[in-house]
Design a protein around this ligand. Structure first.
Ligand SMILES: NC(=O)c1ccc[n+]([C@@H]2O[C@H](COP(=O)([O-])OP(=O)(O)OC[C@H]3O[C@@H](n4cnc5c(N)ncnc54)[C@H](OP(=O)(O)O)[C@@H]3O)[C@@H](O)[C@H]2O)c1
Length: 345
């Protein structure tokens, strides 16, 4: 048994960490922090957890030592606190964006401010088990990938590694409202958000930096992300437009994905001939740690279109973090993560 605490436990990512960890056979939950709910039951913020646990929120100022500290603060917070947080636990997993990029200059270029703890960046491993399993097993500090980056990287990694596609890649991402966290904003106000199909970031999405970092491996990649906000609470779908380098068949693409992901517990290649769920669909991934990936070759325009989906709060955040935590702690990688989702939903 290990003792795991959650800093930022009242947020959406924190709630999902709790939901997953309460079912984890090797985890005892230590503290779950919130400034606004300190002293109140965790079900105050996460009503789905009523009767699942008697835990109460504690204030982050009184955080004590634990084996693994999961940090689920808004972007830009943990880089100020990290030197202190590293004294609280031998293993720390940050779910935010602060420690994902290796290069402090790249961080500044994309996030518009200098990094507050640049000397720590090199100590963090990027969180995708499918790309960095062996490194993750040995690391003490881990940065969970961004949700949009996670699904894009997983969809493209085999194709880039196998040199099957040209370097110009266009990612069209459909985003859900829970991606912006628990605090309301004018854009999330119900009359503004309901029914929307809002192109809120046609260019310049920050996750582009980590997608390039994780995929390029010395190659030149020209990746453009366009993000559209949809009227859905959870889930993320990317439609990725690529051009094959040479004549490829769908069999070649299948073979490549199978070669890289055949043994991956949380990646499914979804490309059916019939039915309504022929390609990945975020709706049926809600609550699950799967990443579904499909594709189709367009002979007329010589494009390979890749479609991939995740639950942003599970494989895109909390599930990914628990998967990595399992590896870091020497547990079975899938522990606590085998919920298959719901249908119909
Ligand atoms: N939402 C997603 O789909 C998603 C996907 C991938 C990655 N992430 C990452 O996960 C992290 C958390 O996201 P979220 O959506 O869960 O955010 P959120 O809903 O806004 O939750 C933030 C949490 O941090 C606490 N907090 C805020 N400022 C704090 C501070 N200065 N000190 C201590 N606690 C503080 C908040 O509670 P109190 O204010 O009560 O203390 C709350 O518990 C972010 O970095 C985000 O990038 C989220």
């Amino acid at each position: 048994m290990i003792k795991v605490s959650i800093l930022g436990g009242s947020g959406y990512a924190g709630g999902e960490l709790l939901r997953i960890l309460l079912q984890h056979p090797e985890v005892e939950i230590g503290e779950v922090t919130s400034r606004r709910f300190a002293g109140r039951p965790v079900s105050t913020a996460h009503p789905n957890l009523r009767k699942a646990t008697p835990l109460k929120f504690t204030h982050p100022d009184s955080l004590s030592a634990c084996d693994v500290l999961l940090v689920a603060l808004p972007n830009g917070e943990s880089m100020h606190l990290m030197p202190e947080l590293l004294t609280k636990a031998s293993k720390v997993i940050d779910l935010g964006a602060d420690f994902r990029l290796n290069d402090p200059q790249v961080f500044q270029d994309w996030y518009g401010a200098p990094h507050a703890s640049p000397e720590l960046l090199a100590q963090f491993t990027y969180g995708l088990a499918e790309l960095r399993r062996q490194e993750i097993k040995k690391t003490k500090y881990l940065a969970g990938g961004g949700c949009e980056a996670t699904v894009s990287i997983l969809a493209l990694y085999p194709l880039v590694q196998a040199n099957l596609i040209k370097p110009n890649i266009i990612i069209d991402a459909k985003m859900s409202s829970s991606q912006s966290g628990m605090d309301p904003s004018p854009a999330s106000h119900h009359p503004e958000r309901a029914g929307c199909v809002r192109s809120y970031m046609p260019t310049g999405h920050r996750h582009t930096a980590e997608i390039v970092q994780e995929l390029a491996g010395g190659k030149k990649l020209d990746i453009a992300v366009s993000a559209t906000a949809l009227d859905m609470v959870r889930g993320l779908l990317v439609t990725i437009h690529t051009a094959p380098r040479r004549q490829v068949t769908e069999k070649d693409i299948w073979k490549t994905y199978r070669q890289f992901y055949g043994d991956e517990p949380f990646i499914r290649i979804v490309k059916e001939q019939r039915g309504i769920y022929r390609f990945p669909e975020p709706k049926i991934l809600q609550g699950s740690n799967y990443c579904d990936i499909g594709f189709e070759l367009d002979r007329r325009s010589n494009r390979l279109v890749v479609i991939a989906a995740i639950d942003n709060l599970v494989k895109g955040t909390a599930g990914q973090a628990v998967q990595a935590m399992n590896l870091m702690c020497g547990f079975e990688e899938t522990l606590g993560l085998l919920f298959p989702g719901l249908h119909p939903i």
